[in-house]
Design a protein around this ligand. Sequence first.
Ligand code: SAM
Length: 498
Amino acid sequence: MRDPYDDRPYTDNAYAETHPSRIAAVARLAGWEAARVQNARILELGCGRGGNLLPMAAGLPGASFVGVDRSGRQIAGARSVAASTGLQNATFVHAAFETVDLAGASFDYVICHGVLSWIPASERSVLFGRIERSLSPGGVAHLSFNVLPGWYERLAARDWLRFAASSLERPATDAVASLRWLRTQISPEHADYRRRLEAVERRLAETDPAYAAHEYLADEHHPLSIRTFLNETTAAGLSYLGDAIPSTTALELLSDDARKACLALDTAGREQLVDFVRCTAFRRALLVRTEDAKAKSWSAPAGLDRNALQSLRIASRFRTRGPIEAERPIETFDDGDTAVQVSDLSVRRALHELAKAAPEALRFEDLTTRLSGTDGKSAPGALAAELFDVWLATASLDVLAAPTVFSTVAGERPVACPLARWQAGHGGAVTNRLHQAVLTPDAFVRWVLERLDGSRTRGDLTREARSLDGLGAVSDPELRELVAVTVDRLVACALVIA
Ligand SMILES: C[S@@+](CC[C@H](N)C(=O)[O-])C[C@H]1O[C@@H](n2cnc3c(N)ncnc32)[C@H](O)[C@@H]1O
């Protein structure tokens, strides 16, 4: 049988939370010291076209990466991008995780994103066993999957799409139109059913059709409960450390009642209750070897240690609206999507400093040094606790364990990350050095990014841009300004390395 991913390759997204620097940061907050990120060994099972692994390899030249996937076409694609962008620290292996021969190698970080829910339930233990055997002592695995009860909300849409494709010959390639048609046929008394279908329709309208094809039409698709997952991983010798995006499961964000009920349960029961309360549809579990946990006398804490933030780095996407006005009781910070109102003066000062340093991640101790001498200064522990709460409540702060490699000023002849330049030339999202997707729908921005190879000054770029279609009415000074602003924007997006 042909591999479905050879017929239709999956999307090649990067997932920020799978980056070892973020995994190590969450692990430290949970009391687990993961391996040094800069020279770590990283394995990704089911790596697809390398959309997640390649940008990590580009940003961590001292680390080594192995990607494994059963689809030969996708592995060939990943190898080709690695070769075109000069990446030498990433190897791609065409094999199934069940049988792959890794020559006894072990890894500090093992990533398996979006694979578990799409394999037969009987194979899950094989995958867990592979992960357990591949982890080096102290290693951390990141395993993501679809969960219930959140996926109950979507299963009716999946059943419909599979039925419509097989029995009504509605093209599977147009899942959105198919869902829209069904929605218009539903009688008014089934408004809840219609709303659920509409939610999936909206989601699919925003994503690559390859996502719909595999997520909603694959023969094998088994969302599972977190409790089942934890029982199975425990049996495979793995212990739960926490979720890679703690805000999605944090007890702090539940009501007092729910939090108390959670605290009375064991880990599996607690996580299951969280998912019932939050109607969770997707989990990103971090796991360690039980053998290592026992050796360290470590067990998963119910909550993270706010104080440990003091040994980490913080980057912020919040921007400020002018200088701080200390006499005002409250200030709003926003990142374009999320806005928070902050009254605590030391937190406001910290967010101003982080905005000034952005996109760079500041070590907590450097942040406090910058704040020393200002009024409204609070003890480091109190500031760490406040920033931890902002981090949990918003997606606008990034907490990292390792330094990032990019430049906050562009040189005379700016250089962008070679992989990002390749991505700019091939469409789709571009991944920055913080391992985040940067949407660059603007053709001019992509054009500039592709050319930042260190051979051109801004003047050279302006002259070359003259010949582009559609810029005829733009004057020379305006074009110069456009190039300068674009380069600055790419710097601000953590895409420029020199
Ligand atoms: C839904 S895609 C996810 C790809 C990527 N990890 C992501 O999240 O974007 C599932 C991937 O797992 C791969 N895969 C499925 N079964 C596999 C197996 N038994 N061994 C290795 N790879 C497998 C598929 O080829 C595909 O690339």
